[in-house]
Design a binder for this molecule. Structure first.
Ligand code: BEZ
Length: 210
């Protein structure tokens, strides 16, 4: 069965561009994003890795470590890194796991044989400080991911982990949020003393807690 939200992200040891990594130790009680790339020296992946390198300060602001994976060996990743810097104007500044034996890819179900039986799809796993999987996204190899969306979801995950709220459609940091249905109006009065707008009894809009 494939990995599901709430499952513990499987631990692994693997070689990376920043040396050997024992995944759970590397996460070290923080948030993490693990994302896969079908293959080295491929155009879409090259643009994605440049973009994540550029966005690294945004991930760091949120206390999130990022780690990529591609099924080629680390020796190839190192050569590819020079192309990424040259063409994207951003140097790889996070580890890229080498997975030539498809060990990690198999553990995380990143290979979808009916799409391609050797390369990975574009998987994204957001992992919380409890090492549980909070989000999975799967894109096909032909479509580059939107890492602003990954950051947006992380904002929602971190907010909703702290407060009993949920975020509505297209929510962005700072927008109003929704009081979760599990909170009664009586409890909501204590948790949200500034009040809320009840569009329906089950749709209660409140300012984003800070
Ligand atoms: C790419 O990263 O450009 C790519 C990789 C595999 C298949 C198609 C595109």
């Amino acid at each position: 069965m494939s990995l599901q939200l709430g499952d513990i992200a499987p631990d692994f040891e693997a070689d990376s561009t920043e040396g050997k990594i024992r995944f759970h130790d590397w996460i070290s009680g923080g948030w993490a994003v693990l994302f896969s790339h079908p293959k080295d020296f491929t155009p879409v992946c090259t643009t994605e890795l440049g973009e994540v390198a550029r966005l690294k300060p945004e991930f760091e602001k949120r206390g999130v470590k990022v780690i990529g994976l591609s099924v080629d060996p680390v020796s190839d990743h190192r050569k590819w890194a020079a192309d990424i810097e040259e063409t994207q104007g951003a140097a790889l500044n996070f580890p890229l796991v080498g997975d030539p034996e498809r060990k990690v890819s198999s553990l995380y179900d990143m290979i979808h044989p009916n799409a391609n039986d050797t390369l990975t799809v574009r998987s994204v796993f957001v992992i919380g400080p409890d090492k549980k999987i909070k989000l999975t996204i799967t894109y096909p190899a032909s479509t580059g991911r939107n890492f602003d969306e990954v950051l947006r979801v992380i904002d929602s995950l971190q907010l909703t982990a702290k407060y009993q709220v949920a975020t509505p459609v297209n929510w962005q940091r700072g927008d109003d949020v929704i009081i979760v249905p599990a909170v009664s109006d009586e409890d909501a009065k204590k948790k949200f003393p500034q009040g809320w707008k009840a569009v329906k009894p089950y749709l209660r809009i409140v300012k984003q807690p800070q």
